[in-house]
Design a protein around this ligand. Sequence first.
Ligand SMILES: [Zn+2]
Length: 248
Amino acid sequence: MIRLKRPECPQKLALEKAELTEVYKLKKSSVWKRTFITNPLQKMSNDKCCFCECKLGEEGKYMQVEHFHPKDVYEDEVVDWNNLLPICMRCNTHKGSHDTYVNEIIDPTVRNPPDHLYLSKYRLKGKDDLGELTVRILDLNDTEEISVPRFKIANAVVDKIEEALDLVELYNPETGNALEKARIVRKVRSILKQCTSKYVYSAVVATVVLSDHLYDELKSVLVNKDIWTSDMQTFEDIAKTLKLDIKP
Ligand SMILES: [Zn+2]
């Protein structure tokens, strides 16, 4: 889970909010299913579920609109912009009508997930009651649906670090050619990009990469051979904001 920045309320929603709320109260219809609501929500999270960071839009994972404070209980918030989040079906099913006013969980547009979560053996854990309840309610270590895909992706990125390290250790800045250098740059960029918010499971991938000693080694060789670039640094800086503390 990563921090999300909520954009301004869409103008059309601001205009129609009162009417849509009334319609919902009368008919209980899905008044939030409007592209002027769903599109900005999906953009806000880079097409990912706001909780588990799986990719939305892939098979069986179309976006649903999450009412952070449950709409059945808090009808006035049914299309309140600050109450809406993009969610996958799995997380939505787990959250159900959990009352977040009574037992708060992490709203990633309000709280910074790394303040409440840490990673241990590829599993998300709570640093405090808020984090613990969030992991439990949403079942964020669900083996089949989340843990395995998250592990596979993070593991594949770790493999790439080793490959990049092998390449860069062989590279001689005096005699190496531009193609070799470009190949290294491409590989390192692709590792770092996967640690940024556009990519699936970015919090876990950023955590695993930045706490891998081979990554430190890779960076130091890249710096020494003058291959480390400012955009690599920018990606790394973003990754640092997403990464969680790690405990054995
Ligand atoms: Zn999810």
